[in-house]
Design a binder for this molecule. Structure first.
Ligand code: NDP
Length: 441
């Protein structure tokens, strides 16, 4: 806290990990002597740059761009780019820090990184988005390559933006390499990458439920967000026989008691991915759907006060606070899987765990996205293209492995069933051992 007084999100992410790994440090005094945790908390390199571009009126616009190269102990830096007005060094450092452990858990050799800009894509024309992406890559291209740092998408950066960023990189460097993941299928992308985070989240939840001889089938599920992660979480919930009854965006949320069908989900995908509209339109299109505007001053989010069995926050950080956690418990939720990164506050997590809710942190439950990005990198290196079935089978295997590894670590360190502690410990140990082997650098 003293070292990073103006970085609340980063301090919050660090505190969660520090508390979890205390028993590991006790057992391994050499990790303390080598100051491995302190080293992990300091980015290896952090780049901040100006992005200047011309809008449709011909006026000059100035934004800030960043890349946080957090840790490369086990592989090239890997992590998404976020375009959102709320992007700050604190937000990117928290995301890059979490990414170190998440990537380690996937079993694929990838280090941790994150980047982005305070650019707001909302209301921008297609031309402005392209101009911005080209200007952003104009600087970023100096700091990345397919062996060093491989960015992907995140909030505000989907397939369209990755296309423009990739085109700009290729032009600047005069080379066709897998420098970004989330690419289109015809030009180096992997099947299932678009679906991977949402699918992986629900596969992870299924693994958790199996430990109680239960499954998603027949479960009523709350989902927040309506972007990439939320859409494919809803799709997998439907495929596995569950019922997803909510979705949201930064303006409000919808509650559809009868649940999403594939047809309704197609409407949502078209609304959000092609027409870039507001979630309110869903309630106007379908019968018996309740819409509620977001009340920024409220001390809780009514989405989390709906009766359900499972909850999947898939929008953004700190969207489930202590009050929300109490409401979830009161209304029968017994499992919360984080699709977003750090969507639950520390108070919220404690309330969930104390009340016996099965809780899985984003760094474990949403790792399917980056894992499939890792598979995309492998295919690019091999010059190969795997089938949908092959990638999906690998994704399921990786999610099961992350689940089992986290559960085993939690048990070994005296916190059976605590996925947060287990994921933090398993991820930390892998990176710590690599750093130890590589010396004091
Ligand atoms: P998208 O941009 O596709 O969607 C984000 C969704 O969340 C949108 O519905 C957006 O609403 C909503 N949202 C964003 N910010 C806020 C906010 N401040 N308040 C309320 N709603 C908000 O992003 P993704 O689906 O890719 O990412 C969602 C989360 O999942 C993030 O935390 C991300 O870091 C995490 N994640 C993503 C991965 C991926 O592969 N994409 C991998 C692992 C984690 P609106 O439409 O109004 O903008």
């Amino acid at each position: 806290k003293a070292r990073n007084p103006h970085e609340p999100e980063f301090v919050q992410a660090a505190e969660e990990v520090i508390l979890s790994i205390a028993p590991v440090l006790e057992k391994n005094p050499e990790f303390v002597r080598l100051r491995l945790l302190e080293r992990m908390l300091e980015p290896e390199r952090m780049i901040s740059f100006r992005v200047t571009w011309l809008d449709d009126k011909g006026e000059v616009q100035v934004n800030r761009g960043y890349r946080v190269q957090m840790n490369s102990a086990i592989g090239p830096y890997k992590g998404g780019l976020r375009f959102h007005p709320s992007v700050t060094p604190s937000v990117l450092k928290f995301l890059a820090f979490e990414q170190i452990f998440k990537n380690a858990l996937t079993g694929i050799p990838m280090g941790g990184g994150k980047g982005g800009s305070d650019f707001d894509p909302k209301g921008k024309s297609e031309n402005e988005i392209m101009k911005f992406c080209q200007a952003f890559m104009g600087e970023l291209a100096r700091h990345i390559n397919h062996r060093l740092d491989v960015p992907a998408g995140d909030i505000g950066v989907g397939g369209r933006e990755i296309g423009y960023l990739f085109g700009a990189y290729k032009k600047i460097k005069n080379e066709f390499t897998g420098v970004l993941t989330g690419k289109g299928i015809g030009w180096g992308g992997s099947l299932i990458r678009t679906e991977a985070t949402g699918y992986g989240l629900v596969y992870f939840a299924e693994n958790m439920l199996q430990t109680k001889n239960d499954s998603i089938k027949g479960k009523t599920c709350l989902v927040s967000g309506s972007g990439n992660v939320a859409q494919y979480a809803i799709e997998k919930i439907i495929q596995l026989g569950g019922k997803a009854v909510t979705a949201s965006d930064s303006s409000g949320f919808i509650y559809d008691e009868s649940g999403f069908s594939m047809e309704k989900l197609e409407f949502l995908k078209d609304l959000k991915n092609n027409r870039r509209g507001r979630i309110k339109e869903y309630a106007e299109r379908f019968k018996n759907v309740v819409y509620k505007d977001l009340d920024e001053k409220a001390d809780h989010n009514p989405l989390w006060a709906i009766k359900a069995n499972c909850a999947f926050p898939c929008a953004t950080q700190n969207e489930v606070n202590g009050k929300d956690a109490n409401n979830l418990v009161k209304n029968g939720v017994t499992l919360l899987g984080e699709g977003a990164n750090m969507p639950t506050t520390i108070e919220g997590i404690n309330i969930l765990i104390d009340n016996g809710v099965m809780y899985s942190p984003g760094k474990a439950a949403n790792a399917g996205g980056v894992a499939t990005s890792g598979l995309e990198m492998t295919q690019n290196f091999m010059g190969d293209h795997w089938t949908r079935e092959a990638v999906d089978a690998k994704l399921q295997g990786i999610m099961k492995n992350i689940h089992d590894t986290s559960l085993a670590a939690a048990k070994e360190y005296g916190k059976p069933g605590n996925y947060m502690v287990g994921a933090n410990i398993a991820g930390f140990l892998k990176v710590a051992r690599a750093m130890q082997a590589q010396g004091v650098i």
